[in-house]
Design a protein around this ligand. Sequence first.
Ligand SMILES: C[S@@+](CC[C@H](N)C(=O)[O-])C[C@H]1O[C@@H](n2cnc3c(N)ncnc32)[C@H](O)[C@@H]1O
Length: 281
Amino acid sequence: MKELINKLKVPSTSSLVLYYASSIYDTNLEKEFMNRFDFGNIEEFVKQMSDSYPNLDKILLFRKLYVRKILKRIYKEKSYPQVLSLGAGWDPLSLHLVEQYSSQVQDVFEVDLAAMVEKEALLKRILPDCDFLHFMEGDVTDPEKLITSLALSGYKSAVPTVVIFEGLIHYITDGVFRSILKHFKTPDKRNVFILDFILSDESVSSASLKQHQKCIQVVSKYVEGEINMYTRLEMIAVIEELGGEVFSIESMRDIELEVDQKNKLFPEDGDGVQEVLAFYL
Ligand SMILES: C[S@@+](CC[C@H](N)C(=O)[O-])C[C@H]1O[C@@H](n2cnc3c(N)ncnc32)[C@H](O)[C@@H]1O
């Protein structure tokens, strides 16, 4: 029997990511989460996305694998006691953190415009002893207010933090993105950001451009205003301008090669709509 979730409040883009990336959720806790999740309201959206971009499942899967790879890399080097997931949606990343990094992670803060109350209820059933998880409904476009609300939930700016910024940047403007970075910037670059961004047309090969634009068109329906897109160089420039230091950036081509030892779906950089990166801030 599926968990009853307030379907109206569930962000459909987040359910879509969960649906497509489901193969990555393979631990007991994650499997339990997936078993209790109701995907019933996203069939039409899944169909639209699959028609417009057949490889979307791989892109979302590769993006999630990248986040996990970076977590593994940074936690090998040092501890980041706080994890903050902005635009967390239904991603059960907290369960992955519990299973892999419980000795290094003290607090996880999940923020989204909606569905955090339902997500908290669901996670508490799977993991009754989860006081270290903090769920907040909040808007990242007002970083001042966001930081104040986070502090009230126990977030400490002085503590090294991993900020997961996944599937979010295209919902906000470049100005808001810069403002968020300014608010989380530290003098000793003690925070790590992991994020993905959608490539602007000029980054995409002529062979893939039509399909890229079709995919953007469908995503646009779920984003208010213009979709925020970058070339790789523009993204690096924004981060460096704000004092960040990029230590990893990968195309879908890079990840496919790493995962499958060959490039079949994404033969060129620029294929696969997105790139992913990680930086100290
Ligand atoms: C594509 S989903 C990604 C979910 C999750 N991060 C993942 O990658 O699996 C985007 C999420 O960002 C949230 N979101 C969009 N705009 C937001 C805002 N201004 N403040 C907070 N969350 C936002 C949406 O509600 C949605 O849950």
